[in-house]
Design a binder for this molecule. Structure first.
Ligand code: AMP
Ligand code: ZN
Length: 104
């Protein structure tokens, strides 16, 4: 938990955000400014600033499994994923997240 991190606060339940899916490693919630009809964010429960700081290969696998599970639960057969890493690449929230975007 990082005190000034918006995603840590969401994961902590501070805003009552509804989770599309959740397990011991991650939570999935809808992006507040969707760029597709379905736009979800897969977010690890531990605070990791970006993919560059993620060392845990088991967690890497869990995050991809979370992408598949979220897509399935949202009824997406086809979808795009995106990980912005670093400010210059458009990363705005420095708590690792995988964008999952598609239409039903
Ligand atoms: P990125 O540019 O990869 O860091 O993406 C950050 C994403 O987080 C953007 O698509 C934002 O719309 C989304 N976002 C920011 N604040 C919130 C929030 N409170 N709840 C849900 N999504 C958010
Ligand atoms: Zn965080």
């Amino acid at each position: 938990m990082s005190e000034d991190c918006i995603f840590c606060k969401i994961l902590n339940g501070d805003f009552g955000t509804e989770f599309v899916y959740e397990n011991e490693y991650l939570a999935v919630f809808n992006d507040i400014h969707p760029k597709a009809p379905v736009h979800m964010l897969v977010v690890p429960k531990v605070h990791v600033a970006s993919l560059n700081e993620l060392e845990d290969k088991h967690l890497m696998g869990e995050l991809l499994a979370g992408v598949k599970e979220a897509a399935k639960r949202a009824g997406l057969k086809a979808y795009k994923t995106q990980i912005n890493t670093g400010k210059e690449a458009g990363q705005e929230v420095f708590h690792l997240h995988i964008h999952v975007m598609g239409r039903k």
